[in-house]
Design a protein around this ligand. Structure first.
Ligand code: HEC
Length: 111
């Protein structure tokens, strides 16, 4: 019994750690890449709901890439969005953006 509970506890801890690590990674990518043009990441995340982010980030960020490639103002981001690096980053970004989406229940920290 104790063993089972310990196992469940460890499982939950490991799971929430992984979840936070992914969100953190996405936030860091956001800070490195998107912040200069878009400002605070949690604010941007909170401007859309989870479903919208999932749609934008579907197929490794296909829609998000298109939005940027279609905009002349986003020109300096074109290299990044067309690079394999974005393909790798897109999952982490999605984790971060949905974590703080408008209907996620997570309120952005005031700082
Ligand atoms: C070089 C500047 C630049 C960078 C870097 C950049 N963006 Fe953008 N982004 C833009 C511009 C400009 C638009 C607006 C296109 C338009 O409205 O015509 C845009 C549009 C968007 C939109 C759609 C906005 C809406 O209301 O529908 C989202 C979401 C977005 N960007 C997220 C990101 C994310 C996430 C990153 C980092 C991976 C990023 N952007 C990096 C310039 C940038």
């Amino acid at each position: 019994m104790i063993k089972t509970m310990l196992f469940i506890f460890l499982f939950i801890s490991a799971f929430s750690f992984t979840l936070n690590a992914a969100t953190y990674k996405g936030q860091k990518i956001y800070m490195d890449v998107c912040k200069d043009c878009h400002g605070g990441g949690q604010e941007l995340a909170a401007s859309k709901n989870i479903r919208t982010w999932e749609r934008l980030m579907d197929k490794k960020g296909d829609k998000l890439i298109q939005i940027h490639l279609d905009s002349k103002r986003a020109q300096s981001s074109w290299d990044y969005f067309q690079d394999r690096k974005f393909t790798k980053d897109s999952k982490h970004l999605e984790d971060f953006l949905t974590e703080y989406a408008r209907d996620s229940g997570n309120v952005p920290a005031c700082n």
